[in-house]
Write a protein of this length. Structure first.
Length: 162
């Protein structure tokens, strides 16, 4: 996102909205200060605070990008549950004809490796149920599911017209 912001300058606004857990993770990985460089930074207080859903429905933003999306968030979206800032914003965005781009952490069943803030590698299992939720979400109108951070560039360039 930093590279895209540098490329597009003021014509690309990036407003960061973090879930409560996302804010903790950003801090663990030392990203909290880097996120302040974007147009705005907000942290979830409840499902409607900060008030993102209304801004999406009123056309304030072209799209909503949820990256990364935890298995919990993907399961809630696939079931239509809107009880967090992220799930409420995503579901309300789709209702308001705003596309939602989602990068699930649990996209494909099998084993994955992730790097912890300490630099240590951790091996995890992506359960069949989590991968199925991602597939269900991908089939839902208004949601666009993708698998790799590098794909964000194409999402943004498509929204910016090239």
């Amino acid at each position: 996102m930093e590279e895209l912001k540098a490329r597009w300058g003021g014509s690309l606004e990036v407003h960061v909205y973090l879930s409560k857990a996302g804010a903790q993770v950003a801090k663990y990985y030392g990203l909290d200060e880097r996120l302040r460089a974007f147009d705005s930074l907000h942290t979830e207080k409840d499902a409607n605070t900060p008030f993102l859903a209304g801004q999406l429905q009123l056309g304030r933003f072209k799209a909503l990008l949820v990256a990364p999306a935890t298995g919990n968030t993907v399961a809630k979206l696939a079931a239509g549950i809107a009880d967090t800032l992220v799930t409420n914003a995503a579901i309300q965005a789709v209702k308001g004809f705003v596309d939602v781009f989602v990068m699930p952490v649990d996209l494909h069943e099998g084993e994955v490796e992730t790097t912890l803030p300490s630099g240590r590698t951790l091996r995890l299992r992506v359960r069949r149920e989590d991968a199925e939720n991602a597939r269900r979400l991908a089939a839902m109108e208004g949601f666009h599911v993708f698998g790799e951070p590098r794909e964000i560039r194409g999402v943004v360039e498509g929204l910016m017209g090239g």
